[in-house]
Design a protein around this ligand. Structure first.
Ligand code: NAG
Ligand code: NAG
Ligand code: NAG
Ligand code: CU
Length: 544
């Protein structure tokens, strides 16, 4: 009897734990992950600032500040940069080359030899054979950019917007760079002034920018900073629509909230909705973080904020992660204080929030949030989180110290990478393996796909596929830094009926979104789910 009760209790506990997901430390990142981006199914490009990371030694004995992290082996390859990438931005060009812009002062100490990076433009062409390196372009940006934002545009060019001309705790008129420029194959344009980045002082660093996929303002940009947002025409350099202020606190650096485009679906014609969560009322290291989110339907002519809580917990510096099951997870961050480095003998943030929360945009208000299992590793200022091709979330970084402190301080410089397995993945269920995509075998190089086209996918799954239980999502996992998810996109794709083949495999067709407003060109991942379980690896595609 006791045994049966004990077994039942154990069963309940196990069920409860798996219902919240699980955490695992998987490796060391070499440099701390201030910025990170997925560049191949098994590779994350990590960019730190120029600083003395103890294990980031290059072959010539000097110290590097960028690494290629290998998800398959959980090892890293140190990469050489020559300019300081401290608090910069990134985006893919439509042709698949990654671009990193902006940065900070030269650093010449402790084995570091970094030139000034304020106007730096750096390219990285992802490779499959561990030979690819950074190329730093000789032509500079048109002006100094620190805490700038970048975005891939529908025509494949990249936008670089805002920032300050010097590092600062909060922006000011004297430091502000209220301009944007656009990079095409013929180089950067001159900078265009943008009044919105004057009107949003002092909390307008790392503005949130996204391409509006559909609806009344299709093709224009949504730009958010502080409490304000606009619909903007980047080509004519004008405001199309001034949107209402988000109620409550400012939500940009150093009062850093999280801003993301919610998942899109063909089922509602890609209706665009933004969510902005958390923030801080005042520039104080002891003030509790904000526990609200605003949701804005940009599909309407007169968008209005709909307010909700932030999963029951105030949080600044959360990272948004769009999952293939259509939920949005927020992870990392702190319950107290603001973004920034240790200053005047105290941390500017404390009370790390150790548990993720998931937002289901389709549930009724009051039932949208689910709290997941906690880690024991604080991830505050300068940490990242992103979806990786096996459907889990890769989490790294955290460094509230101006110089690396791997030990002996309250909040260390964090080099451990963790993986969070969200509860939509049930370890007891079989996972499908995608064996071909448009007759190509699957490897790590991207497969070219066109807008509006259908692609035949073949897969195997133990126990067989249930007709109608296969779904697909196209995801850009974003350039992650400072709680921003630059260019992140998640689109549910139309999937044809699944047919069973005589060899035991299955075939269906997956249909790409119709145009570059829904998903700008560049590298993306096709996630397939069978009975809710993601494939062992998503398919790397290059759209457009
Ligand atoms: C993409 O365009 C950039 C800018 O013109 C160029 O430097 C890069 O080599 C191109 N990448 C590819 C793969 O063609
Ligand atoms: C450096 O590498 C060693 C050996 O792998 C590891 O034990 C140590 O934790 C690393 N140090 C940091 C700061 O990551
Ligand atoms: C599928 O691949 C073939 C051969 O590589 C190519 O010719 C065709 O255009 C592709 N189909 C689509 C829909 O892009
Ligand atoms: Cu920073």
């Amino acid at each position: 009897m006791t045994l049966i009760v004990a077994a039942a209790v154990l069963f309940l506990i196990t069920t409860f734990v798996s219902a919240q997901g699980s955490w695992k430390v998987v490796g060391n990142t070499g440099v701390t992950a201030m910025h990170a981006v997925l560049i191949a199914p098994n590779r994350v490009l990590i960019i730190d600032k120029a600083e003395s990371s103890p294990n980031a030694t290059l072959p010539d004995g000097s110290t590097g500040w960028s690494c290629e992290y290998h998800l398959d082996t959980n090892t890293f390859r140190v990469l050489r940069l020559t300019t300081n990438t401290f608090c910069s931005a990134g985006a893919f060009l439509g042709n698949g080359t990654f671009m990193s812009n902006g940065g900070s002062d030269a650093v010449l100490q402790n084995g570091i030899n970094a030139q000034t990076g304020f106007t730096g433009i750096r390219l990285f062409q992802p490779c499959q054979d561990d030979t690819c390196t950074w190329t730093e372009l000789p032509q500079p940006l048109s002006s100094f950019r620190w805490y700038n934002a970048m975005l891939t545009l529908p025509d494949g060019r990249t936008l670089d917007i805002g920032g300050s001309k010097v590092p600062t705790g909060a922006n000011s008129a004297a430091k502000n760079n209220p301009t944007y420029e656009i990079y095409s194959n013929s180089g950067t344009s001159s900078a265009f002034p943008i009044q919105f980045l004057v009107d949003t002082l002092p909390y307008n660093l790392y503005p949130c920018v996204t391409v509006i996929p559909d609806g009344y303002y299709q093709g224009y940009l949504f730009i958010f900073a502080n409490t304000k947002s606009v619909v903007y025409d980047i080509n004519q350099n004008q405001v199309i629509k001034a949107l209402p202020d988000i109620p409550g606190v400012p939500r940009s650096y150093p009062l850093t909230g999280s801003c993301a485009l919610l998942p899109l679906t063909y089922e509602n014609n890609y209706n665009p909705e933004m969510i902005i969560c958390g923030g801080q009322a005042v520039q104080s290291s002891t003030s509790p973080a904000d526990n609200t989110c605003g949701r804005l339907n940009l599909g309407e002519q007169e968008p209005a904020w709909d307010m909700d809580d932030f999963g029951g917990q105030g949080r600044i510096m959360g990272d948004s992660v769009a999952l293939p099951d259509g939920t949005m997870v927020f992870v990392n961050g702190a319950a107290t204080g603001i973004a920034g480095y240790f200053e005047g003998a105290r941390y500017l943030q404390s009370d790390p929030v150790l548990f993720p929360v998931a937002y289901n945009m389709n549930a009724p208000k009051g039932q949208r949030w689910t709290r997941y299992a906690a880690t024991d590793i604080p991830r505050m200022y300068h940490s990242v989180a992103m979806l990786i091709p096996d459907g889990t979330i890769w989490v790294a970084g955290s460094n509230p110290n101006p110089e690396p402190r791997p030990a002996n301080v309250q909040f260390i410089t964090e080099y451990r990478a963790e993986v969070f397995t969200p509860p939509y993945i049930d370890p007891s269920k079989p996972r499908m393996t995608i064996t071909s995509f448009n007759s190509s075998t699957i490897n790590t190089a991207p497969i070219n796909v066109k807008y509006g086209a259908g692609y035949q996918v073949t897969f195997t799954v133990a126990g067989g596929a249930q007709p109608g239980a296969v779904t697909a999502t196209l995801i850009h996992t974003g350039f992650k830094t400072h709680s921003q998810a630059m260019s992140m996109r998640c689109v549910k794709l139309f999937v044809d009926k699944v047919t069973a083949n005589t060899d035991g495999s299955y075939t269906t067709n997956v249909w790409m979104p119709p145009n570059a407003f829904v998903v700008p060109p560049g590298p993306q991942y096709v996630f397939l789910l069978s009975d809710g379980q993601p494939a062992t690896s998503a398919v790397h595609v290059l759209i457009g």
